[in-house]
Write a protein that binds this ligand. Structure first.
Ligand code: ZN
Length: 162
């Protein structure tokens, strides 16, 4: 099996993701995650998250999200202009834990069928808002597998210039 890569991001970015989530309550927020390179799931090198760009939630729902098509293109252009790549998707759970829902797993099969993206989920539930990182199982032949949680290391500094 081998280990799973660790996610590295600044506490500032983590807090920003929470603020994004709070700003659109009671709906879920969603956005694209930026990093210097796509996750390489078979390697244990850390996956750096350098930014999160909000995209309009076309579903405008408290229980699901749909990345707006045009917004997604704009966000991707911004990320690439900044010298990074789109490495994942972030969304929030206004009133539940930062754990993938059945809807999340089903939707991801549509927008990321090969499960190459990192999935960040912000929970705004109760008194303990938090952010957790996941890798979703790829579509067949291993559909039905559980998502894998990845540890997040919060590190201060400019993560774009190692
Ligand atoms: Zn969700």
């Amino acid at each position: 099996m081998g280990g799973s890569p660790t996610i590295v991001m600044t506490p500032t970015l983590r807090n920003m993701a929470m603020a994004m989530g709070r700003s659109v309550l009671p709906a879920e927020v969603c956005g694209l995650v930026a990093g210097p390179r796509l996750p390489q799931w078979d390697q244990e090198a850390p996956i750096v998250v350098s930014g999160i760009v909000r995209v309009r939630n076309a579903a405008r729902s408290p229980t699901r999200f749909a990345l707006d098509g045009k917004g997604m293109m704009n966000a991707e252009a911004r990320i690439v202009d900044g010298g990074d790549e789109v490495i994942g998707v972030m969304h929030s759970h206004p009133v539940s834990a930062a754990v993938p829902s059945a809807t999340d797993l089903a939707d991801a099969l549509v927008y990321d069928p090969d499960a190459v993206w990192l999935q960040l989920i912000v929970s705004l539930q109760g008194f303990a808002p938090n952010l957790r990182a996941w890798r979703f199982p790829p579509s067949p032949p291993v559909s039905g597998a559980d998502p894998t949680e990845l540890a997040i290391d919060l590190i201060d500094g400019d993560l774009r210039s190692p």
